[in-house]
Structure formats: C-alpha cells, structure tokens
Design a protein around this ligand. Structure first.
Ligand SMILES: [Zn+2]
Length: 587
C-alpha cells in the first residue's frame, strides 16, 4: 500500500462525508501528482524491474477505484502471481461479475522476460484506463503484469544478444529453467497451475500474450500472431478473421504504427515466404483457443528500439481494448455459440500440415539484404542495409490442412493412478465423476505403436514426436475411485486434444503414460520352450503364421529367443497392459 495513495482515498471519503472543498482540492492535487510520477523507463532505453512494475500498478490501483491489483497462486520462485484488473463497475471478483455485458480481455506479459516490452506497455495501458475509464464501460481487462517472475528477477545485460535495449532485462527460462510458453499442457511449473486457475476464473473472450522476436530484419517494430484459423472453432475463426484481424491492422496503420503478420519464415529467406504460426496447445494462445478464447500474440521486433517496441505494444493493447469495448456483445455471443457448436461436434482435427499450394501476397517493407563476408569467421553471412528501405512481395501461407481427425467418444475413463493428470483436468474446470464401486467396462483401448523418443530431452520431457495407435475393443477392470469424464461439457475440445494420444500436444506425448511402454513379465527359454511348442500344436493358424515367418525371415529363423518371444507375444502369458494406453474410450 502506498502511503500517499492511502491518504488520498481517506481524504476522498472524508470530504464526501463531511466537508469540504479544500480537501477535494488536496485530493485532486495528490492524485495528479502521483499519476504524473510514473517515470516510464523505456523513454531512457530501460525497462521496469519486477518491483518497479508492481509498485506502479499498485499506485494506480490505489488511485483508481476501477483498478485492483490482486495476488494469486504461487510461482516457482515462491512469489505469487499478480493480476491487475480494470472494471468500471468496480467488481473484481470473477464469480460476481455480470458476464452478459462485459467483454473480458486477458493480457499476459513477460512469459519470456527478455521480451518485456509488454510489462511497460501494460503499466501505460492501466495508466490510460485509470484516466479514461468512462470510455470502457463494456470492457473488463485482466492483466498478468509479469508471468515468469523467476526469469524477470534473473536480470542482466546479457540475456538477449544483439537486442538494442533495454539496457538490462530478464531471462527467458524460469527458476526451473523451463520455457513457460511450452508448459500449458504438460504443466511442470507452478506458474502454469496459477495461470490455469486465473484463466478459468475469468473465462476471457480475448487473450493477448506479449513477446519479442528475431529471425530477420525489417521496418516493422511490431508483428502479430492471430490464433491459427483452421484450428479454431469455425464461428470464432470467421469473426476473428472477418472482423478483428482487419480492425487491428487498419487501426494500427491509421495510428501510423503499421504492423504485419509475424515473420515466421517458411524456409530461410523472406522471398520464400512466411507462414501463419500453428500454435498447438503447449503455447499460451493455442491453449486458450481450446476454450474458445481468441488468442493473439504480439511479437515486437527485437532489432527495433525498446522505446518503439513498448509504444507499439501499448498502442496495440489500447486498440484491442477499444475493439473489445465496442464489440462486447458480439464477443460474448460468439464465444457462447462456439461453445455450443463444440458440444455438437462429433469429430475434431488433432493434427495439421501447412498447405504450401495456396498463398496470399504481402507487400512487405524490409531492408535490402546483402550477403557479406563475416569478419569473424571469414564465411558468408546476411547483412541488412538500413539505409536502403525496400518494399517487395512476400508469399504468405495461411492455410493448414487437417491430417488426422478423431471421433469423439461419450466418455473417457481415467484410472486414479494418474493423480497429476486428474489435478490438471480439475484446474480446467472439467467435471468428473468417480466410480463408487469396482466396475468392468467394455470400450476402446488404444495400443501404442511407432512411438519415438528423442535422444535429448525437450522442456524436461522426451517428447514423442511420432505416435501411432490401434484401437482394440475389450473389457477392462476399473476400481472404485477411478474417474469417468463425460465429453458433454465445455471442455470437450480440450479433452479431445489432450487425451487422444496422437493429438499434437497430447499428455501422452509429454510422457504422462510412459510407464505402459515397458513390458513387465518375461520368460526363461528353457521353461517357456515346451509351453511354446504346446501353443503351436494347439493353434493351427498360429503355427502356419509362425512357419511362414520363419520361411520369410532368415534372421528370425536363426534366433531362438526371437522366435520364443514371437510366440509369447501371441499368448495369454503376455500382459495386455503393455503398450496399452490406459484411458478407455466409451461410445
Ligand atoms: Zn517470446
């Protein structure tokens, strides 16, 4: 609590209750004095530290009855996440807000704290909201001013090589050395758990995550990622691409702060084109999209000045606020419709591939690029001549084609021996029921085939980039306390895209079920050999298959153990649990 601000509030109450013109004058003076005290560091090529940003937002919260700063769940460094909320109705409890009249915008900053322009831009946005509150009566803004607190505190001059400012900034990873923008499904960080709770408490219509990017050099201080169209619910996609996206590009150009789509190169140069970003749900905007929140990512340009990066990001946030306020009814309506249509949808796409045949053309403002000899290595490198601004056509690939779809079952059944998974589902507001008795159920069980694992871990996991499955219908025993999840709920899309093991960012791919990949029961050749003989004698078809295999595969025919194992795998001695994905699909 800031003393000056506390005093001003007390003065306000006192003046309204009893007196007096002079106290109001003092109050006004204090308010203006304090508001003008925000010294924006980006004007000097510096950035807010964690403490400074929270202090400035706390001051604004003290001054404005329409702004509240709230501490939320713990992060990996023990400190709690803050949210700062703007609401003209002065209601800051998500359980009490009137959802029929407010568009809700959630802003997330410093998930990568070396890319912190969004922190400074958010302070500036809330300063604006605190003095222009009447312009935003249909809007509720919730911002996480600093998401990766550990990374923000790990501040130095060396986090972002080649970035012209700010002088110091935070580090990309968090205290666990995790990239939090890969953690929204696997949920290794406490920050992620806190985010899940904040997100589901507010259920925003729009989400903006602020970043900074590199890769090539060009004239635009800010680029934009809009949640990939083909992955979205079609109602949401039509609105986002038919109205919101155009509005943002047009308004930013009118403000003489022109932006372009995120420069995501298809190959290695701009001339070969850029593509829309397929943000699967491990990323923030992909995650929110599973719940029909429109996801946006601002990607400031690393090689623009920090001042420009902050100013452009601020202007984009402000523009988004104006849009959301003016279109609140539409935003509320289409989220509802998208949720309803998801519940009717019986098939979902779970993997996509870039369509390289259809492209739009962007008129792109870049710099002349030359290939020059490196003075470090003596080899050829790229060089951008900033004195030579050029405009040239760039192919823009926007379309992704579904490569795999899946039929939605009525229920998933999850054994209780996966408590972390059940906890993650709980945080999404997924309604679950538990069996009151041991139960034998008949349903579809996937057998996992062709599972690959990399040699090096990625974000704490051996992510399975390739997974193939075969569904087998069988009876399985479940126990009292195991979990049954109906797909007839708002989390339907989320459940399919995380519990189907072949989906792009499925829990399975993130090693939640690697336990089933190992065979537990084996045999001794001398003891199993006579059993194998009996098995072949008792099953003519098996015997024919076995002999064919021996005839066609000389290596196999010469390997005693391989042959016994082949028979073992086709016998009742082989455990059905091996490579069986443990979640049942009930139709
Ligand atoms: Zn980033």
């Amino acid at each position: 609590m800031n003393l000056t601000n506390g005093t001003s509030r007390w003065l306000l109450n006192y003046s309204l209750g009893m007196r007096s013109f002079s106290l109001l004058v003092i109050f006004t003076f204090l308010t203006l004095t304090s508001l003008s005290q925000i010294n924006f560091p980006h004007l000097k090529n510096e950035s807010f530290t964690y403490d400074q940003a929270i202090e400035e937002l706390s001051k604004l919260s003290n001054f404005s009855p329409y702004i509240e700063i709230i501490e939320q769940g713990k992060t990996d460094v023990g400190r709690r996440l803050h949210t700062v909320v703007f609401n003209l109705n002065k209601e800051f409890d998500p359980t009490k807000i009137d959802r029929s009249e407010k568009a809700i915008l959630l802003i997330n900053n410093a998930i990568h704290p070396g890319e912190s322009c969004g922190v400074d831009a958010t302070v500036k946005l809330f300063e604006y909201l605190s003095t222009h509150e009447k312009e935003f009566e249909n809007l509720l803004v919730v911002a996480i001013p600093i998401y990766n607190i550990g990374g923000m505190l790990n501040r130095s001059k060396y986090s972002r090589s080649g970035q012209p400012g700010p002088v110091e900034c935070g580090f990309r990873a968090n205290y666990q050395h995790l990239d939090l923008n890969r953690d929204f499904i696997k949920s290794d960080a406490l920050n992620t758990a806190a985010f899940h709770k904040i997100f589901h408490a507010w259920k925003p219509h729009l989400f903006m995550d602020t970043h900074t990017t590199n890769g090539s050099d060009h004239q635009y201080p800010l680029t934009l990622i809009v949640s990939q169209r083909n992955k979205m619910n079609p109602i949401l996609a039509d609105y986002t691409y038919g109205k919101l996206e155009n509005y943002l590009y047009r308004k930013m150009a009118e403000k003489e702060k022109e932006i372009v789509p995120y420069v995501h190169l298809v190959k290695s140069t701009l001339n070969e084109g850029i593509k829309d970003f397929l943000e699967t749900p491990r990323y923030s905007s992909g995650y929110v999209n599973l719940f029909n929140t429109i996801g946006l990512i601002s990607e400031a340009h690393k090689y623009a000045s920090f001042q420009n990066r902050v100013e452009y990001t601020y202007e984009l946030l402000n523009t988004l606020c104006v849009f959301s306020n003016g279109n609140s009814n539409d935003l509320i309506r289409i989220k509802k419709l998208a949720n309803q249509s998801d519940r009717q949808q019986n098939q979902f796409s779970i993997n996509w591939l870039l369509d390289t045949l259809t492209a739009e053309t962007l008129s792109f403002k870049g710099y002349k690029m030359n290939m020059v000899k490196s003075e470090t290595t003596g080899l050829i490198r790229r060089s951008y001549d900033k004195t030579k601004k050029i405009t040239f056509p760039v192919p823009h690939y926007r379309n992704y084609i579904s490569t795999e779809g899946v039929n939605v079952p009525r229920y998933y059944v999850i054994p209780q021996c996966y408590p972390k998974l059940i906890e993650v589902l709980n945080r999404q507001g997924v309604a679950i029921k538990r069996f009151e008795n041991d139960t034998i159920l008949n349903g579809g069980m996937y057998y996992l085939e062709g599972v690959t694992a990399p040699k090096e871990p990625y974000e704490k996991h051996y992510f399975h980039s390739e997974v193939r499955v075969n569904e087998n219908f069988q009876s399985v025993r479940f126990y009292k306390g195991d979990v049954i999840v109906s797909l007839d709920q708002d989390a339907r899309r989320y459940l399919v895209e995380t519990l189907e093991p072949t989906a792009a960012d499925a829990f399975f791919r993130w090693n939640y079920f690697d336990n089933v990949l190992q065979q537990k029961e084996w045999f001794s050749d001398f003891a199993f050999d006579p059993i194998a003989k009996e098995l072949l004698e008792a099953d003519e078809r098996l015997n024919i298959e076995f002999q064919e295999k021996r005839n066609n595969d000389s290596k196999f025919a010469e390997n005693h153990m391989d042959q016994l194992l082949w028979i073992f795998h086709r016998s009742k001695y082989y455990e059905p649990e091996h490579k069986r994905y443990p979640i049942m699909r009930v139709y």
